[in-house]
Design a protein around this ligand. Structure first.
Ligand code: PNS
Length: 161
């Protein structure tokens, strides 16, 4: 059984991420979406909130997708959970340098675990969580960038902060 992981920060989950998740479920027997917990990074949503948002939105794609949080090295999490492939989305060329770096280092650490890059739809190629947060902060329309549930959660978050 091929178990794949789609790791990320998902702060917040965007239509770009959901696009990749939809494609990844088709190529893995089991897909885990891994929320990376980075205590050094200031996040808009807590780990629990990011997991909850993912659970809600991913259940519309496939009920079998597993949502888990992890900390430490991704490769260690993969080894401990029998995960044989890492899925990453590639957007513009600007992603490539960063992605090839982590994919190469992950391969150095664990040669048997493959990284597979998937490309989303054209309309999702320029969506980034950072810019979604910025647009929302200045009251811009994010409804074409994130799921309606995420719009609601971001608006709640911004109104109380
Ligand atoms: O959504 P992001 O922030 O681009 O995701 C980056 C992520 C979480 C996939 C990457 O930072 C990662 O794998 N972090 C886990 C720690 C780790 O394994 N670091 C070494 C990479 S060579």
């Amino acid at each position: 059984m091929r178990i794949g992981i789609y790791p990320g920060s998902f702060d917040p989950l965007t239509y770009g991420h959901l696009d990749i998740i939809k494609r990844a479920v088709k190529i893995c027997d089991k897909l885990i979406v891994g929320v990376f917990v980075n205590s050094a990074k200031k996040e808009l949503f807590s780990q629990e909130e990011r997991e909850m948002i993912l659970r809600r939105c991913c259940s519309e794609i496939c009920p079998d997708i597993e949502i888990v949080s992890f900390h430490g090295l991704l490769i260690d999490f993969c080894k401990n959970n029998n995960i044989s492939c890492i899925i990453r989305g590639l957007r513009a060329v600007s992603d490539f340098e960063y992605e090839i770096t982590i994919a190469s280092l992950n391969r150095r650490l664990a040669p048997d675990i493959e990284t597979i890059f998937l490309m989303g739809k054209d309309e999702n190629l320029f969506i980034s969580s950072t810019l979604v947060k910025e647009i929302a902060t200045y009251n811009g329309n994010i409804s074409t960038l994130v799921h309606p549930y995420v719009v609601e959660k971001i608006h709640q978050k911004i109104s109380i902060s």
